[in-house]
Design a protein around this ligand. Structure first.
Ligand code: ADP
Ligand code: MG
Length: 446
């Protein structure tokens, strides 16, 4: 039985540790630990072997004391189960199915990568619902599901979420998550040990195969064929396959046959989360860490870190570390100082022109560039003009007079007035603030 409060303390413990050790360390030593039972008096943890148990106690006993129930002696009240011992305690009378197990292939899911911990927004909603659909009915909807998108956007997170869900809700199904590198290493090891048939059998008995980072299969010709064969065997048996990649199938340097297989089912793109979703992620992750970040500061961070959720997490880790040392409240200045290396600025050498700004502003406000440059006092046009002036002053390193003259011969005081007005308005007007942010980003990525 899992007591909710103790279970959530365990999750918080995992988050705390993840922020303090390397991801390899976390994956090797912490991720394989499973919480089996949690009551206010004790927790039962399942570990793959005694080394993991020792590692946990040797390194994190004190930290564990802060999160878990304690014995009278002050030690954390943990009982360990070694995973391989478990089948002997099974009480069912029916003969167990003969299943091929490869010791190196235990299912290793990051405990934090669950659907519950995933924040949805317009950029990832489609992929999220596709993965939920698959987790509910593996092999019965899109097959394969191919997820592609940039680094740090949550592809691995959703892949592992499917793994957790299937493990919990379809206990009979055999699910495995692998990295493409891991698959290749497996082939190499089994070739060496002359046990390649055993490996093939293992993969081919799976019901759900989750493959991370298929781009690493590029330029590995010998392995591609083995991969493709395994893949086809599983697909032909309606076994579910989900693949992630940093590019869409057609952009991968793989054989036509392989690309065709990858495109067979559903190809889904994972985009960069928009400002609001980033704010929601910041709020969610910081709250779980016990850090209270005011909305204004969350927006400030979200505006400066925009294309990688992993970096957002890095920012929260830093703020957590600092918040322990600081008594003062977080202000934009302090946050900027702490996070300056993480904040994304335009490339310093990129020269932005007024024309570029005018075009982007005109597009967002749905007016013409000539109207912005003209004299019209129509509300929409005047606002677009002021925003363009504001952005020009913010983004172009030139004299005010010179910038102003690019706006159809306006004076530098008109420009300053516009800049001041928009500076005030973006503080108060959420919609305008978003429009300005969008235009700015568009200009920066031209
Ligand atoms: P990818 O595999 O696309 O490079 P990851 O899945 O490793 O990215 O995600 C990077 C980090 O960001 C992970 O810690 C993940 O939990 C987190 N993350 C990404 N997107 C979200 C989201 N929408 N909600 C919550 N956490 C997210
Ligand atoms: Mg990944």
């Amino acid at each position: 039985m899992l007591d909710c409060e103790v279970k959530s303390s365990w999750t918080q413990f995992l988050e705390f540790i993840e922020s303090r050790c390397s991801s390899a360390e976390f994956q090797n030593w912490i991720a394989p630990i499973r919480l089996i039972e949690a009551t206010p008096d004790k927790v039962i943890l399942e570990v793959p072997n005694v080394y993991v148990q020792d590692y946990l106690l040797d390194n994190f006993k004190e930290v564990l004391c802060n999160f878990l129930p304690l014995l009278a002696s002050g030690e954390p009240a943990i009982q360990f189960l070694i995973a391989t011992e478990k089948p002997t305690t099974s009480t069912t009378g029916s003969a167990p199915e003969p299943v091929e197990e490869l010791p190196s292939n235990e299912l290793c899911l990051n405990p934090l990568y669950t659907f519950e911990n995933f924040i949805e927004g317009p950029s990832n909603q489609f992929v999220k619902s596709a993965t939920v659909g698959i987790a509910n009915r593996p092999g019965k909807s899109y097959n394969p599901l191919f997820i592609h998108g940039g680094v740090g956007l949550g592809k691995t997170h959703l892949l592992h979420s499917i793994g957790h869900y299937v493990k919990e809700h379809h206990r009979k199904l055999r699910v495995q998550v692998i990295t493409t590198e891991g698959f290749i290493n497996d082939i190499v090891d089994h070739l060496k040990a002359k046990s390649i048939d055993k490996m093939k059998r293992f993969y081919r008995t799976l019901d759900v195969l989750l493959i991370d980072d298929i781009q690493f299969l590029q330029n590995r010709l010998g392995f591609e064929e083995e991969f493709c064969n395994t893949f086809e065997t599983l697909l032909n048996q309606n076994k579910q396959i989900v693949i992630t990649s940093d590019k869409p199938p057609a952009h991968l340097k793989l054989s036509e046959r392989m690309v065709a297989r990858l495109e067979w089912g559903l190809v889904a793109h994972m985009g960069v989360p928009d400002l609001e979703t980033r704010v929601a992620i910041i709020k969610h992750k910081s709250e779980r860490r016990g850090l209270n970040i005011p909305n204004q500061i969350a927006f400030f961070i979200a505006e400066h870190i925009y294309n990688n959720v992993r970096q957002i997490e890095g920012a929260i880790n830093r703020l957590c570390a600092h918040s322990k040392l600081m008594s003062e409240n977080l202000t934009e200045e302090i946050v900027e100082k702490i996070l300056s290396e993480l904040f994304q600025h335009n490339a310093p050498n990129k020269k932005i022109s007024v024309e570029e700004i005018l075009k982007s502003v005109a597009a967002v406000f749905e007016v013409r560039v000539s109207e912005i440059k003209g004299e019209s006092r129509h509300k929409e046009i005047a606002l677009a003009r002021q925003v363009a002036m504001y952005l020009a002053k913010e983004m172009i390193d030139d004299s005010l007079m010179k910038i102003a003259s690019s706006f159809g011969g306006k004076t530098h005081s008109t420009l300053l007035h516009a800049w001041k007005k928009i500076t005030d308005q973006v503080q108060m007007n959420e919609m305008l603030r978003r429009q300005v942010q969008m235009i700015r980003r568009n200009i920066e990525t031209i």
